[in-house]
Design a protein. Structure first.
Length: 106
């Protein structure tokens, strides 16, 4: 049986449900070009790709292996330079001692 988060892995493919706060997010983050940003709960990487297209250097983490597989597949196709990891906010050991300019969770 699939876990709940895996069942949604392929559903987030557009910004339809996020469009209402994208302007606010960009305003809060300021210019993102060159910033290292961590997206915790990145699902299939939709927000990572959006911010990478704005010039951010993104890393995405999600507990859904299915979602990360989709994110990695899209990264292979689009090559934004995004690294994706299976995990959650309670254990980010895979990131070693990396630091970030911002962390988001949407």
């Amino acid at each position: 049986m699939k876990k709940g988060w895996d069942s949604y892995a392929d559903k987030f493919s557009s910004f339809d449900e996020y469009h209402h706060f994208l302007d606010d997010l960009l305003r809060l983050l300021g210019p993102v070009e060159g910033k290292r940003i961590l997206d915790i709960g990145c699902s299939n990487g939709l927000m990572c790709r959006f911010l990478a297209e704005q010039g951010a250097r993104m890393i995405g983490v999600d507990r859904s292996g299915d979602a990360i597989a989709i994110a990695r597949e899209r990264e292979h196709e689009l090559a934004h330079g995004i690294d994706y990891y299976v995990g959650d906010a309670t254990d980010l050991a895979m990131l070693d001692d990396r630091s970030f300019d911002a962390i988001i969770t949407v």
